[in-house]
Structure formats: C-alpha cells, structure tokens
Design a protein around this ligand. Structure first.
Ligand SMILES: Nc1ncnc2c1ncn2[C@@H]1O[C@H](COP(=O)(O)OP(=O)(O)O)[C@@H](O)[C@H]1O
Ligand SMILES: [Mg+2]
Length: 159
C-alpha cells in the first residue's frame, strides 16, 4: 500500500480537536500513533479530540506526571502515554510498558523521541509545529493500517 505523507494547518484549538475527531473516525483498531512536537504544540489537545470522537465524555488529563492514562471506551482499551519525563527505559519497564502493547487497542504516545531505545511498531507518526496560534501538522503512515487511516482522513479534509 502507498505510504501517506501529508500536511495540514489548523488555526485554533477547536480545529485541532476537530482534526483529532476526523482521525479517530477512520481508525481500525489496534493502532499506535505517536505525537511529536514541543511543549504546547497541541499533542494532548489532538488526543482529546480523538478520545471525544470515540465516545469519551470526561476529562482528558495530560499524562505528563502519571506517564500513562488509561481509558476504557465501550470495549476499547486506550493507553495515552507522555514520555516527556522518562529518563531511562527502566522506568517504563516498571510501568509495564510492553504489556500495554498486548492489551491496548489504541496507543497514543506523546514525546516518543524520549524512548528511542525501545523497539515498537508505529502506524502513524504526527509531527506538530507551532506557528503563533496555528499549527502545522505532518502526518506520516508507517504501516498499511496507518495508510488506510490517513487515506480516509485525506478524503475528509479535501472534501
Ligand atoms: N491551533 C492550536 N491547536 C492546539 N492548541 C492550540 C492551538 N492554538 C493555541 N493552542 C493552545 O496551545 C496549548 C496546547 O496544549 P497541549 O495540547 O497540552 O500541548 P502539548 O500536549 O503538545 O504540550 C493549549 O493551551 C491550546 O489552547
Ligand atoms: Mg501533552
């Protein structure tokens, strides 16, 4: 399958939430998405949009301190990681990081670059760049499953 690689710009927080909803709407589980971008880029905001679309009504807490927040939405197990504070891989082992890959249907990882030593397969990699209030997002598929999601997303955005 063709690899998808495209860029979108979102002008405010609401647009980021809507984009998150559109991404989630096309997902076939299980799926792993990584979110790259500096503090305040909108990684947690995008995740909030995705979780809302899947039916989560409550708060979406940034996992900066807890490292991982788990959600159960209908029968979906969702793990939202923030690796910002991870300094060595032993911390992740302690958290049972690898087990999440066996049990979760949807894994979102903010700051994946902090755990470069670990080997796991990514379906979609999203990089967010800050431009004042607007954000440039580059979405790249890393698997056939990821390509399908982005293909559907692209048709929704261009429509
Ligand atoms: N276009 C935009 N998309 C997302 N967030 C935006 C945007 N413009 C401004 N913001 C603000 O930037 C911050 C993003 O925070 P957050 O999603 O927690 O970032 P991160 O998880 O990348 O650190 C929020 O305070 C939000 O209101
Ligand atoms: Mg965050």
């Amino acid at each position: 399958m063709a690899k998808y690689d495209f860029q979108v710009n979102v002008c405010n927080e609401t647009e980021t939430l809507v984009l998150g909803r559109k991404i989630a709407d096309g997902i076939d589980f299980p799926i792993i998405i990584t979110l790259v971008g500096e503090l305040g880029a909108g990684k947690t905001t995008l995740t909030r949009g995705m979780l809302r679309q899947l039916g989560h009504l409550g708060h979406v807490k940034s996992p900066t301190f807890s490292i991982v927040e788990m959600y159960e939405i209908l029968s979906l197990q969702i793990a939202h990681f923030d690796m910002y504070r991870i300094t060595d891989e032993q911390e992740l082992e302690f958290l049972g990081f690898k087990e999440y890959f066996d049990t979760a249907d949807f894994i979102v990882i903010e700051w994946p670059n902090r755990i470069s030593g670990l080997d796991f397969s990514i379906d979609i990699e999203i990089t967010i760049t800050i431009k004042n209030n607007s954000r440039d997002l580059i979405l790249k598929s890393r698997s056939d499953r990821g390509s399908l999601v982005l293909k559907k997303l692209k048709s929704k955005i261009l429509r």
